[in-house]
Write a protein that binds this ligand. Structure first.
Ligand SMILES: [Zn+2]
Length: 340
């Protein structure tokens, strides 16, 4: 099979021919029909905290067709259209049993990081990660459901408990996760302030239903949030950015407000006054990706046209390098997708 292979951390992606992998017990072989590209791929490629063994095939946002199955797999016949979660979990610890498998106690990493991923014609995945993808959702859209749509779905529902009428601030709102967060929040009846950099991202966030869009580089963000909420502050903040925006979004959180943190690509340290947290009864929570059960709900929302997956473009496998450059530039609206 054809695959784009990373042979050294920080090195180029090289087109190679590799043997089609064999699914083991509990695993399926998936013919990759679409694999999205995102910022996480750049980090894995560089060889940071999440270090892959080399040579490695990237790609963790995958949709395709079942092409074979290992021992003990039932219900996934050859040709079944599937999307998938990317976490390698045990399925039997207390968190997996509660449907919170993204905090599995025996977490073994991610597809495309700790095992080969979807920048290839075929990939092996655990059968427990699969969800059925109806004909009404094409493969490129299907490939972005678990990460770009599922991540904000879990964050806004299970972790934030967003309510109709609430005022929500989304930072990084013009990115792949952010644009779907804006749509989901609108569907849930909240009013959204989208925060990002540049006019293109602001326009995209408005098209997804944001009530206002603010350029984080211009003016005082905390003041803009207070103005938008009549001085009260935001009921909730979805943080996809990290320390570059957190001091401002926390300062403009209403009493009793919730901040849910999903990403922090602008740094790892942040100073908080604990007194402000207890005086205001703020809740600060983390949120990690999406469960298989929730991904089934996401598929249903998309198939009913309540949420529109935003695919920036589709490209042949050989274009992976160009797509990485596009992610690095921070200009992609939605997700670019490889179609191997
Ligand atoms: Zn587990």
């Amino acid at each position: 099979m054809r695959a784009m292979v990373l042979e050294e951390h920080g090195g180029p992606l090289v087109l190679r021919r590799l043997p089609v992998p064999e699914p083991g017990p509990g695993e399926v072989l998936v013919h990759v029909r679409a694999c999205a590209v995102d910022r996480f791929d750049l980090a894995i490629r560089a060889g940071g905290r999440e270090r892959s063994t080399l040579p490695h095939v990237l790609g963790h946002e995958i949709a395709g067709e079942v092409a074979g199955a290992g021992a003990g797999v039932a219900g996934w016949p050859v040709g079944a259209r599937v999307a998938a979660t990317l976490y390698l979990v045990c399925g039997s610890c207390r968190w997996c049993l509660r449907g919170r498998e993204t905090i599995c106690e025996n977490f073994r990493g991610h597809v495309g990081v700790n095992v080969p991923g979807g920048y290839a014609e075929y990939v092996v995945m655990p059968a427990r990660n699969l969800v059925a993808l109806p004909e009404s959702i094409d493969f490129p859209a299907g490939s972005i459901l678990a990460n770009a749509v599922g991540t904000p779905f879990h964050a806004l529902t299970a972790r934030m408990g967003l309510l109709p009428g609430e005022r929500l601030v989304v930072t990084g709102a013009g990115g792949g996760v952010g644009l779907h967060a804006v749509q989901l929040a609108g569907m849930l009846g909240a009013s959204v302030m989208a925060v990002d950099l540049g006019a293109g991202k602001a326009a995209a966030a408005r098209e997804c239903g944001a009530d206002v869009a603010v350029d984080a580089a211009r003016g005082d963000l905390a003041e803009a949030i207070r103005d938008w909420t009549g001085g009260r502050g935001a009921d909730a903040v979805l943080e996809l950015v990290g320390p570059a925006t957190m001091p401002a979004t926390l300062a403009a959180l209403a009493k009793g407000g919730r901040m849910v943190i999903v990403g922090s690509h602008t740094g790892v340290e942040w100073t908080i006054d604990p007194g402000a947290i207890y005086r205001n009864e703020w809740e600060i929570r983390g949120s990690r990706n999406v469960s298989v059960d929730e991904l089934n709900t996401v598929v249903d929302l998309v198939s009913r046209r309540l949420i529109r997956p935003i695919v920036a473009g589709t490209h042949p496998l050989e274009r992976a390098e160009v797509l990485h450059e596009r992610v690095r530039s921070g200009t992609v609206v939605g997700r670019d997708v490889l179609v191997p």
